[in-house]
Design a protein around this ligand. Structure first.
Ligand SMILES: Nc1ccn([C@@H]2O[C@H](COP(=O)(O)OP(=O)(O)OP(=O)(O)O)[C@@H](O)[C@H]2O)c(=O)n1
Ligand SMILES: C[C@](O)(CO)[C@H](O)COP(=O)(O)O
Length: 228
């Protein structure tokens, strides 16, 4: 029997940078909200057996999504930061039944099955992997956000995307330790890196956008129309 791969979706953020009247994951993308589109894609993937979604405690919107009652979907209450929400999802997964998890932002609805399959294969060949993209722009360092201190060589720089795929028990240990030590953790790999383990970079697609600011929403709709 193939091991179960569970997708964990942190969706408990408030979308401050989007500045909409509701958390950005509930903004309309197509005929579905951003989170609904992300969940529909993950649930349709062969490799994913179950999806665990972290929601804000008083979330009034989730129940309205077409995927809300899906039999292979469970919800948990998220936390203060993204990493707390991911840990809440992890605590709902039995590592003996699902030895590997895939963490994916609710705000990245353009994820493709081909990218997920490539990521999972590379992750399982080692200790975990993430989708990422090499930095293509010239990079500047500024202390005050106004003037440039220096130009940073970009040769070794990558932008981390999601999904990120790790052994369930390892990721729970890594995130638990990092959070209890007060580390700032903005993705799963950074928690695993702290343990001195090698995480594999898998080149992803540039349209795997994290919808963050208002201009990202029409861009995501257009990218979606190009994928279909
Ligand atoms: N306490 C939090 C914070 C974020 N997230 C989720 O983590 C993902 C990536 O975070 P981001 O895109 O930064 O979303 P927000 O935190 O909502 O945005 P902002 O930083 O602008 O408030 C999102 O799917 C978001 O819902 C979460 O589950 N729990
Ligand atoms: C995990 C992530 O999507 C990788 O790019 C990102 O770090 C999460 O975004 P946040 O703004 O730091 O929550």
């Amino acid at each position: 029997m193939t091991d179960k791969l569970v997708a964990l979706v942190p969706a408990a953020g408030i979308g401050k940078r989007m500045g909409a009247g509701k958390p950005k994951q509930y903004l309309q993308l197509t005929d579905n909200a951003i989170l609904g589109e992300t969940l529909a894609r993950l649930l349709a993937m062969e490799v994913i057996s179950e999806v665990v979604v972290a929601l804000a405690e008083d979330d009034p919107y989730f129940a309205e999504l077409p995927q809300a009652q899906h039999p292979r979907l469970r919800t948990v209450i998220g936390g203060e930061e993204r990493a707390d929400s991911v840990l809440a999802c992890l605590n709902a997964v039995n590592p003996d039944i699902a030895p590997w998890v895939l963490v994916h932002d609710a705000a990245r609805p353009l994820i493709t099955e081909a990218d997920v399959n490539q990521l999972v294969a590379k992750a399982k060949a080692g200790q975990g992997a993430i989708l990422a993209l090499p930095v293509v722009d010239t990079v500047k360092w500024s202390a005050d956000g106004h003037s440039i201190e220096e130009t940073v060589p970009r040769q070794h720089l990558w932008r981390a995307l999601t999904p990120q795929c790790f052994p369930t028990a390892l990721l729970r240990q890594a995130l638990g330790e990092a959070l209890s030590e007060g580390a700032s953790i903005t993705d799963e790999a950074s928690a695993v890196e702290r343990l001195g383990l090698a995480v594999t970079l898998v080149k992803g697609r540039s349209d795997n956008l994290k919808i963050t600011e208002p201009a990202d929403l029409p861009l995501a709709r257009w990218l979606l129309s190009q994928q279909e």
